[in-house]
Ligand binder design. Structure first.
Ligand code: ARG
Length: 401
């Protein structure tokens, strides 16, 4: 019998309704709300009060912005992580961090369970459940919204009985997830994959029309694979992410419209705005192309696909992800230097890169007179490199005679 539960709380209707639901239908005396500050810009005092009003016995807010960017976003940048080649995991990265803190709070307060308000169709339930199961196999995970079977209207009506006011913007048809890495928007008119996303869907990126008519060049500095400066100014991870969002967002860079494959097998259409994160991943990729040996790049690219899948699919805390991180970390010592990018009308074009750990050796690459490359070595190389293919071609010719 659960007596005390820590609930992952966002201030939205679903998680608010979870509070009276856990108390009344599950008979739990102590429901503690835990809200995570991930830089989403919410009024956190209001959220804290809202949970108390809904009947929480305690309402906590954890400032997780710093670890979110430093330990999760930067790891994703080092991994050049793009799920299905496009989505930089802005929502997915937050879940294991929240799960970890839910577990920590539960331990500290002696709770015997944790809870979340995810539904049964999404990816987030998978991420929470798996992270919690790995970090604290003994803790019960309660998932009221997966079990109550209420429609949106019924959920709102249930909440109203317990003093939870209906959402102000009842008319917004969208489901939105927001944090410092970006916005994810789905539902409403977006459910038709052929419908062009209306401009109202976007908030942190300019449209092409509104974007400045003048391009802007920026310089991003990296040390050991981590972004550390913009335009020569050193910034801590959080400041840097804010700044990258702002600059890229103004120029309309970082909008993604995609059909993605959810863990539960459903295809869904999602609109993302991830200006800063996407910009930093592009810049980081570019610096790797200058500083890493070709075989390391090729192998890393294969593992990057796997890494993004693991994180998307809820396996942040797993043996495989851990092992791949070990490989990635080992590759990043030499990823130092600067990338120059031109932002203009929705584009971020790489226009320069330099590094004091560069593998670009000019007397090898040059077409000028200081060329040191042994041209006559190419002939023997090509003879041997092409030998298997020539043998194959000869046999084919004989057969066709
Ligand atoms: N599809 C994204 C993911 O699974 C975002 C999920 C939340 N999206 C939303 N619009 N509420 O990571």
């Amino acid at each position: 019998m659960v007596k005390k539960v820590v609930l992952a709380y966002s201030g939205g209707v679903d998680t608010s309704v979870c509070i009276p639901f856990l108390k009344n239908e599950y008979g739990i005396e102590n429901v503690i709300a835990f809200a995570a500050d991930l830089g989403q810009g919410d009024e956190l005092d209001a959220i804290r009060d809202k949970a108390l009003l809904a009947g929480a016995s305690e309402s906590l807010v954890g400032d997780l912005i710093q670890p979110f960017i430093k330990d999760f976003a930067f790891q994703a940048i080092r991994a050049n992580a793009l799920y299905e080649g496009r989505y930089p995991l802005s929502t997915a990265l937050a879940r294991p961090l929240i799960a970890k803190h839910l577990v920590d709070v539960a331990r500290k307060l002696g709770a015997d369970a944790v809870a979340h308000g995810c539904t049964g169709k999404g990816n987030d339930q998978v991420r929470f459940d798996l992270a919690i199961a790995t970090l604290a196999p003994d803790l019960k995970v309660l998932t009221p919204a997966r079990e109550w079977g209420m429609s949106r209207e019924e959920t709102i009506a249930y909440g109203e009985k317990y003093g939870i006011s209906a959402p102000v913007s009842k008319k917004s048809p969208y489901s939105i997830d927001l944090n410092l890495l970006g916005r994810s928007v789905e539902a409403g008119p977006l459910e038709d994959p052929f419908v062009c996303p209306p401009e109202e869907v976007f908030d942190i990126t300019s449209s092409i029309e509104e974007a400045p008519d003048q391009p802007e060049d920026i310089l991003i500095g990296f040390e050991e694979g981590n972004p550390v400066s913009i335009n020569g100014v050193s910034l801590d991870p959080v400041e840097l992410m804010r700044k990258a969002n702002l600059i890229a967002g103004i120029h309309g860079f970082g909008r993604i419209d995609m059909i993605e494959n959810r863990v539960v097998g459903i295809k869904s259409r999602e609109i993302y705005e991830t200006p800063g994160l996407l910009l930093l991943i592009r810049a980081h990729q570019e610096l790797e192309s200058l500083t890493l040996p070709v075989d390391v790049i090729r192998t890393k690219q294969m593992l990057e696909i796997k890494w993004a899948e693991l994180v998307y699919q809820g396996l942040w805390f797993s043996a495989l992800k851990d092992a791949i991180d070990g490989f990635f970390d080992r590759t990043q010592n030499d990823v130092n230097g600067f990338v120059k990018i031109r932002l203009f009308k929705g584009n971020a074009t790489i226009i320069g890169r330099k590094s004091n750990t560069s593998l670009y050796v000019s007397n090898m690459s040059t077409y000028g007179s200081d060329d040191n490359f042994k041209h006559n070595a190419a002939e023997g190389f090509i003879y041997i490199w092409g030998l298997p293919n020539r043998l194959w071609a000869m046999r084919k010719k004989q057969k066709n005679k």
